[in-house]
Design a protein around this ligand. Structure first.
Ligand code: AVJ
Length: 326
């Protein structure tokens, strides 16, 4: 690739393997079994997630994309960022909507992408560089919860992007910690943060989005057991697990679980561990928190940020918040 692409890796294969082993051991020996949702995204899981974004029940991606299309001219021309930092960007498809709106402006822009999956980052970067000659790409290959300190100092007015309701995967302490780090990435009063949030709505609509009729979300959920099998030499039978997803109203989150049809012994050979799973006891694989404007505002304030604008689609399904340093 060209000189306009630089990648810095902050995790090694060995480090990632060790973390997976530790996470699986901790998660599957706890009284409520859990697996961290970041492990959904191997090559197959990433493909399945892309398929989810196209099922009719899953309104999130579609709605956010429309919002961003509408917002892009305002965001890009008013804020005129020359330093864009994106967390968990993957292939950077939504970033393009923003860059397209920079039409006319041809000042150099540096795009810093933070994502764990190097092949995805590299492929996304190659497409961006081909289409946007004014762009430089700096890839921080790492975990946005651990490696934000490696984001380089801004080269000018900065815009930080955290889209797709990815923040919804973090429980309240983890998201406060992340937002505090985002706050420290904003150095100048005119720097801004763009945050995509899924909103609290009718439970029927929420639950349908995570229980699509075509069964893609079920396949996505079960795939985490394939990732575990590969990672720790386990013998889970994913097809023997039911996909369960429901809205926990008190906690304002969708919970996804895997529930075995019958009791089973599972060997996790690399961990030297045998576990027993049973229908009375689920494996909790994901939380997807849903927000209200008030909640979002409070969480931003808690991190030293101020909610400047709140953009919502006509159905009030999804929000894109613009936040500034408080
Ligand atoms: C990647 C966190 C946005 O919460 O909707 C989709 C992941 N899980 N279907 C979400 C997901 C099941 C998704 N996020």
């Amino acid at each position: 690739m060209t000189m306009r692409y630089r990648a810095y890796a902050y995790t090694t294969e060995a480090d990632r393997r060790q973390r997976l082993e530790d996470d699986v051991r901790r998660g599957l020996t706890a009284s409520q079994k859990t697996l961290p949702s970041k492990y959904f995204y191997d090559a197959i899981g990433s493909k399945l997630f892309e398929e989810i974004t196209r099922v009719p029940e899953y309104y999130l991606t579609r709605t956010e994309t429309k919002l961003l299309e509408t917002l892009a001219p305002e965001v890009m021309l008013e804020l005129a960022p020359v330093d864009i930092v994106e967390l968990g960007a993957g292939s950077s498809t939504k970033t393009r909507l923003l860059l397209d709106a920079r039409d006319g402006l041809r000042d150099p822009v540096r795009y810093v992408t933070v994502d764990v999956d190097e092949p995805t980052v590299e492929a996304g970067a190659a497409r961006l560089l081909a289409d946007y000659p004014f762009l430089d790409v700096h890839a921080v290959v790492g975990d946005f919860e651990r490696h934000l300190e490696h984001v380089p100092s801004p080269v000018g007015r900065r815009l930080v992007l955290f889209l797709g309701s990815t923040i919804g995967n973090l429980d309240p302490p983890a998201r406060q910690q992340l937002l505090a780090q985002v706050r420290s990435l904003l150095r100048a009063p005119q720097d801004r943060f763009l945050l995509g949030l899924d909103l609290v709505k009718d439970k029927v609509l929420l639950e349908a989005a995570y229980n699509d009729a075509s069964g893609v979300t079920r396949a996505f959920n079960r795939n985490i057991l394939e990732v575990v099998n590969r990672g720790v030499d386990g013998d889970f039978r994913p097809e023997a697990f039911r996909h369960v997803a429901f809205f926990n109203e008190a906690e304002s989150r969708i919970e996804m679980h895997l529930v075995p049809e019958s009791a089973q012994d599972v060997k996790l050979r690399r961990l030297g561990l045998d576990i027993r799973v049973s229908p009375e006891e689920s494996i909790w694989t994901e939380s997807c928190y849903k927000f209200t404007r008030g909640r979002a505002q409070a969480m931003l304030v808690g991190a030293g940020l101020r909610l400047e604008r709140w953009h919502v689609d006509p159905d009030a399904y999804f929000a894109v918040a613009v936040a500034a340093p408080a």
